[in-house]
Design a protein around this ligand. Structure first.
Ligand code: ADP
Ligand code: ASP
Ligand code: MG
Length: 463
């Protein structure tokens, strides 16, 4: 073996693997024991485990916060009781002698949630910063318990505080991670733990500002944390463990016959996530791509299933549509000229109005003097409408959904769109956006038809 090869081997032996487990994968003691069994396969490879809150806990914490914000102390305290009961039950089921368990820290955190709820009721005010303080407890609690699950199985485990190294801006509730800061803080706080312990457990979803205030990086953000930690550690692989056996041809809740897609490219995965496939958070892919770290998505209930491997763009992959998504909660804004005789539409002004309100355009189709722009309804408001009406004749189509046909080489596939279009039959199609990307074709339909549209196109393309 050459000197260089020895060095490369030594480096890869020291490089950790990052395994992220979602809420259902850590929902109770049995699930946590399954996590330990999965990580056992990576014993000796410096596994770093990034965990979500136990399933449903983040929702309950946010509902506690909202109860507090509306002065409903009883509602808030009832939630805190549920949270206490749920976590103490897992603690008991993990079966570690209490003096070796995380009982004390767990009880302290549960007490802090109650104090926070009482504080919000007293203040009568709930800010995004306080919402983040509430939401952060889910991962802080689950990581303590998961640490115990490893300890009970005889591992030397460290539970890290992700807020020491996931540094973000102060856009509470949806904070953006700051990668150069994360690199520096991972080197200072996480790497020493990785070197000293058999396994490190860290929280997904949470971070802190440069001033030390707790933040969260958006719902479903633990995937993103997994990728950030993987990137900062130059991990050999980032594994996203969830409750399905990878990326499927469609959401199995709408299409039970959906099948696993064995390979997708980074760009496809990002489009999939952006256009509604909840299986992976859209921002997960960016840090992995930047450092060329392979990402796999696997099922914690069926660990032997191969899962989906996300490959670098340009990898040889079959051309055609690989999966279908649907994204609801959209509003389509139809713009025409205020003067009906006009033959062109100054489209740029409209783009500027959406940009000024930080409302990303999901898709747009423009023809002659008319345009149809689709955005998320939640971000659309009367101020934007008034801005548009100053320059355009505006018609709104609320309660829309966008069906995404996602794949590779779509521009060069003749007739690719004809099968899904004819499968829709009598379902009215409000718009088609094709050709702007090699990876995606979008169809606009009314929300009430979204599930049927998904099922029909799936059946025509894959069944
Ligand atoms: P986790 O808690 O592990 O992060 P999520 O609930 O966020 O899990 O994501 C997994 C879920 O994503 C699946 O249970 C499935 O219902 C949903 N999903 C939506 N679209 C897809 C798809 N194309 N492939 C796989 N799962 C999908
Ligand atoms: N617990 C957070 C949520 O429910 C983050 C995550 O699970 O990815 O959104
Ligand atoms: Mg998720």
């Amino acid at each position: 073996m050459t000197e260089q090869q020895t060095e490369q081997q030594a480096t890869s032996e020291q490089q950790p693997v990052v395994l992220k487990f979602g809420g259902t994968s850590v929902k109770d003691a049995e699930a946590m024991r399954r996590v330990v069994e999965i990580v056992e396969r990576k014993r000796g490879n410096h596994p770093v485990v990034v965990t979500s809150a136990c399933a449903g806990v983040t929702d309950m914490l946010l509902s506690t916060a909202r109860c507090g914000g509306t002065g409903d102390l009883n509602g808030a305290l009832q939630n805190v009781r549920h949270l206490r009961q749920r976590h103490l039950e897992i603690l008991g089921d993990l079966g570690l002698p209490l003096e070796r368990s995380c009982q004390e820290e767990l009880t302290e955190l549960l007490h802090e949630i109650e104090q926070l709820a009482r504080g919000v009721v007293l203040l009568g005010e709930l800010t995004p910063r306080t919402l983040d303080a509430f939401a952060s407890f889910g991962e802080r609690l689950s990581s303590l318990l998961l640490g115990d699950a490893f300890r009970a199985a005889g591992w030397d485990v460290a539970v890290a505080d992700s807020r020491q190294f996931i540094i973000t801006d102060s856009n509470f509730v949806n904070a953006s991670p700051l990668m150069p800061e994360i690199d520096a803080h991972v080197a200072e706080h996480l790497i020493p733990l990785v070197q000293r312990h058999e396994v490190v457990v860290a929280q997904g979803f949470i971070g802190r500002t440069l001033n030390g205030i707790t933040t969260t990086i958006g719902r479903g953000g633990s995937d993103h944390t997994g990728a950030l930690v993987g990137a900062a550690l130059h991990a050999t692989e980032i594994q996203i463990w969830t409750d399905v056996s990878g990326i499927l041809t469609a959401d199995p809740r709408a299409v039970p016959q959906a099948a696993v897609v064995p390979h997708v490219t980074f760009t496809e995965a990002r489009e999939l996530a952006w256009f509604g496939a909840k299986v992976i958070h859209p921002d997960t892919i960016v840090p992995a791509v930047e450092r060329a770290i392979p990402v796999v998505i696997k099922n914690s209930m069926r660990p032997d299933d191969a899962g989906t491997r996300i490959l670098p763009d340009g990898s040889p992959i079959s051309c055609g549509i690989h999966s279908i998504t649907s994204k609801r909660g959209m509003i389509s804004v139809m713009l025409g000229p205020r003067d009906p005789r006009a033959t062109s539409l100054g489209f740029q002004k409209a783009l500027g109005i959406f940009a000024a309100h930080n409302l990303p355009i999901q898709c747009a189709a423009v023809a002659e003097a008319r345009a149809i722009i689709t955005v998320e309804s939640a971000g659309f408001n009367d101020v934007i409408l008034a801005g548009l009406e100053a320059d355009y004749a505006v018609e709104l189509m609320p309660e829309m959904a966008v069906i995404g046909l996602i794949g590779a080489g779509l521009r060069s596939q003749p007739g690719i769109i004809s099968t899904p279009l004819s499968a829709l039959g009598a379902i009215p199609i409000s718009f088609v956006v094709a050709g702007s990307s090699d990876h995606i074709i979008l169809l606009g339909v009314a929300e009430q038809h979204a599930t049927e549209a998904l099922q029909r196109t799936h059946s025509a393309l894959f069944e």
